[in-house]
Design a protein around this ligand. Structure first.
Ligand code: DC
Length: 231
């Protein structure tokens, strides 16, 4: 059976990674969380005082520091997905922090940051049999992906899902903080100059407001079957 590339793009907190992980597990594909990569770069900049919480940074110093950032992914058999490592440290938890979430869109708008991440993503996905989720996968990282999805969900539902995620990890964040973060990121991600979030012409829209995880997985598997993508 042939192996394909599945590109999942869409707005913040609409379940892209959840669906991508489920698909990867079902198809025995690898999963690349490209947002985690931009988050890890942001964490590095914060930890090295190259950006402050207001987003002030010396862009030249940031660009110069990129050669010191080494990202890797290690499969966790218990969690059934790969965790993100920054210079050898497992940062999977740290990169989900609201502090990182509030700065990541600004960092990901830097051209040199994107160039480095996109090259890495293309290298990791070149053998196919891969599901990637992000903002520019179908438009710029893998424009030839056999299946492209563009995800969205009702704003209220996205906020609730993100709140549930924080609560399940024992982190307490207000609804207002989550709302502000989501709308700020969506604005910045869709308005930046370098490969902004935009639906690829050939992407299939998936609004999952009224679909649970299993229904979303079933829908995409049906799509793959109907389109005969795995002939
Ligand atoms: O998927 P996420 O919410 O973890 O992504 C965090 C941020 O990283 C997102 O707001 C924009 C940026 N990003 C990007 O610019 N391009 C990608 N392919 C993935 C994420």
């Amino acid at each position: 059976m042939s192996r394909i590339t599945i590109a999942i793009d869409g707005y913040s907190s609409c379940g892209k990674s959840t669906l991508a992980k489920a698909l990867a597990l079902k198809l025995q594909y690898s999963f690349i969380d490209t947002g985690a990569m931009y988050r890890a770069v942001t964490l590095y900049l914060l930890e090295h005082q190259l950006i402050d919480d207001e987003g002030n940074m010396d862009e030249k110093a940031v660009i110069n520091s990129l050669s010191n950032i080494h990202l890797s992914f290690v499969y966790n058999d218990n969690l059934k997905f790969s965790e993100t490592f920054l210079n050898g440290e497992n940062v999977e938890k740290k990169i989900r922090d609201l502090r990182v979430s509030n700065l990541v869109s600004k960092v990901s708008a830097i051209k040199e940051v994107r160039t480095k991440m996109v090259l890495l993503q293309q290298k990791m996905g070149k053998e196919k049999g891969v599901v990637l989720d992000g903002r520019d996968i179908g438009t710029s990282v893998f424009p030839d992906a056999e299946l492209k999805l563009f995800m969205n969900a009702d704003e209220k539902i996205r906020i609730q899902r993100r709140l549930d995620e924080y609560t399940s990890k024992g982190q307490y964040i207000t609804e207002d903080e989550v709302r502000k973060n989501i709308s700020k990121r969506d604005y910045e991600d869709t308005h930046r100059k370098e490969s902004p979030l935009i639906k690829a012409d050939d992407a299939i829209i998936l609004d999952n407001s009224d679909l649970d995880k299993q229904q979303q997985l079933d829908y995409v598997l049906r799509l793959i079957n109907d389109l005969q993508l795995l002939k």
